[in-house]
Design a protein around this ligand. Structure first.
Ligand SMILES: C[S@@+](CC[C@H](N)C(=O)[O-])C[C@H]1O[C@@H](n2cnc3c(N)ncnc32)[C@H](O)[C@@H]1O
Length: 225
């Protein structure tokens, strides 16, 4: 996949990227920040027991770094210790693109340097962004990335849609997600397609269809119980 995205503005005023080759936006056009906050923060990390002192997160599709930035901001505000791992085979290559995104301006102006570091940091090398937040990105396809089973509390499953990248929503990838989660860990995704939910259920996930972000009726919360 060749990555030459265009910057767009979504309905909440935040940017997203659009890839003409596959006709896909990186986020909802109804509001990029609103969507990420709703799916991955409110119904993701915030659903973890408050007694947990260290949270291991895996993100599928680093993209613009918006989910990582919102999670870092959350970790700072809540004094929460997080290990954030993310997978991306097609990173943004031109610093002009991530520098033009208005996320820090809208989320936390103090995180400009960290946002830049998310993009510039070495692959496959863990770094400390704050004393509470470690960050590791893998330059790999999720299908090929070898990770330790039973090690994640939450998976942010943020791949492009099943219609443009069906190979990321097949049983073998979803089963891999199941194996990577700890017991009682869960996967969240903006996708609420029946076929995806049926596959998740068949693998052993317990499915909850939650109200979706603006512009979407539902999203999916899938727990490994
Ligand atoms: C919907 S966008 C992700 C948005 C991202 N989470 C963000 O906050 O900007 C999907 C991402 O998945 C990445 N991707 C494509 N193929 C992939 C694969 N085989 N494995 C993992 N990620 C993939 C794309 O390059 C893109 O960055």
């Amino acid at each position: 996949m060749k990555v030459s995205p265009e910057i767009k503005i979504t309905k909440d005023g935040s940017n997203t990227l659009f890839l003409q080759d596959i006709d896909e936006h990186y986020h909802s056009v109804h509001g990029a920040i609103q969507e990420s906050l709703h799916v991955f923060i409110k119904n993701g990390i915030q659903k973890i027991s408050p007694n947990k002192c260290l949270i291991n997160i895996l993100e599928i599709g680093f993209g613009t770094g918006l989910n990582a930035l919102l999670t870092l901001d959350y970790s700072i505000k809540k004094n929460l210790e997080i290990n954030y791992h993310t997978i991306e085979p097609y990173p943004l290559e031109d610093p002009k693109i991530w520098s033009a995104l208005n996320y820090c301006e809208l989320i936390n102006k103090n995180l400009n340097n960290q946002f830049d570091l998310f993009h510039r940091s070495d692959w496959n090398k863990e770094i400390l962004m704050t004393s509470f937040f470690s960050f590791l990105k893998y330059k790999s396809k999720v299908e090929n990335c070898i990770l330790i089973p039973n090690s994640y509390d939450v998976i942010y499953f943020d791949a492009f849609s099943p219609s443009s990248q069906p190979e990321l929503w097949n049983e073998s990838v979803l089963e891999k997600m199941f194996l990577l989660l700890k017991k009682n860990g869960f996967l969240v995704t903006y996708c609420s397609k029946g076929i995806v939910k049926r596959k998740l259920k068949k693998i052993g996930f317990v499915i909850d269809s939650l109200p979706g972000p603006p512009g979407k009726r539902e999203m999916t919360f899938a727990k490994k119980s």
